[in-house]
Design a protein around this ligand. Structure first.
Ligand code: SF4
Length: 298
């Protein structure tokens, strides 16, 4: 019943997003990696532009890494660009360019974890698998678990989600539950009165029971759900790394030139710290240094 209500709601209310029109695992992977940490509105134009530049897995696998990192501009978390290309290279070299279908094999690809392997198996190959992202986790927690109990482990939540994936409808179920978490069952202000699952929701029922005066259709106080809080961005390592990569997208730099560039953009850090940040970028494979010149990898 939950599945029917959720999928029907999605059919009537789900957003028309470009990656929902494809079953190509390469395109699904591009979308999923872009959507991690970046909002849908910002991803849409970048998704189209990236696929125009790298239309298939072979093009991406053989492209200069500097071009891939440059194409990632505006999305942040540049390591995702690197993982994306490494995955493409692994699929081309190990699987003749055809993505594996099963979750366990997908998880062995570079940068592919529980979530992304499940997303490819489901959104490209339409398998009935369960996986958790922030939105799905929040909905499962509120909908299906005891609000008074401790928050269950990640594995317990995944098992719970797996029990509810309707046979043959994994694609629709997972798209629908993600969408519900994104636009209705949001972190801080769930729109319970508009939720198609409120009649089955344990969190909503507990809130109604706790307050007789609460109108059944009135917006209610959300259960607090532990979610990852990003560290402040200003002055962070992440900001410094992003600024360095932005500079190198234009042209290679020396350490001194990068230092000056950061100073001009309002980031004042000593050269010892700067050298440590650059060493981290080198370790991650995002930049290379040759003869004291720092640049994006070819
Ligand atoms: S009723 Fe409210 S808390 Fe429950 S799933 Fe729907 S939006 Fe989330």
């Amino acid at each position: 019943m939950i599945a029917n209500a959720l999928i029907a709601w999605f059919g009537a209310n789900g957003r028309d997003l470009p990656w929902r029109h494809t079953r190509d695992p390469y395109r699904v992977l591009v979308a999923e990696l872009m959507l991690q940490q970046t909002q849908v509105e910002r991803v849409i134009p970048k998704y189209h532009a990236f696929l125009a530049q790298f239309p298939d897995i072979h093009t991406l696998a053989t492209a200069p890494t500097s071009a891939v990192i440059t194409a990632w501009q505006g999305l942040g978390y540049n390591r995702r660009a690197l993982y994306l290309q490494r995955t493409a290279q692994a699929v081309v070299s190990q699987y003749a360019g055809i993505f594996p279908r099963d979750v366990a094999t997908l998880k062995q690809l570079p940068g592919i974890g529980d979530y992304t392997s499940g997303a490819i198996a489901c959104f490209a190959y339409e398998q009935d698998v369960a996986f958790l992202d922030t939105n799905i986790r929040r909905v499962i927690l509120r909908l299906l678990t005891d609000p008074q109990a401790l928050i269950p482990s990640e594995q317990s939540l995944r098992d719970l989600a797996a029990q509810h994936v309707p046979s043959g409808q994994g694609w629709a179920w997972n798209q629908a539950i993600m969408e519900l978490g994104a636009i209705i069952c949001t972190a801080n202000s769930p729109k319970c009165p508009r939720c198609p699952l409120r009649g089955d929701c344990r969190d909503y029922a507990a809130r109604l029971a706790a307050d007789d005066a609460l109108e059944p259709l009135a917006p209610a106080k959300p259960r607090r759900v532990a979610e990852r809080k990003d560290a402040p961005f200003a002055g962070s390592n992440r900001q410094i790394r992003g600024r360095i990569i932005d500079a190198l997208r234009q042209t290679p730099h020396s350490l001194t030139q990068i230092h000056t560039h950061l100073l001009q953009s309002g980031l004042n850090l000593d050269t010892t710290k700067l050298a440590a940040v650059i060493a981290g970028l080198v370790r991650d494979g995002l930049v290379v240094t040759t003869d004291s010149i720092i640049k994006l990898p070819e």
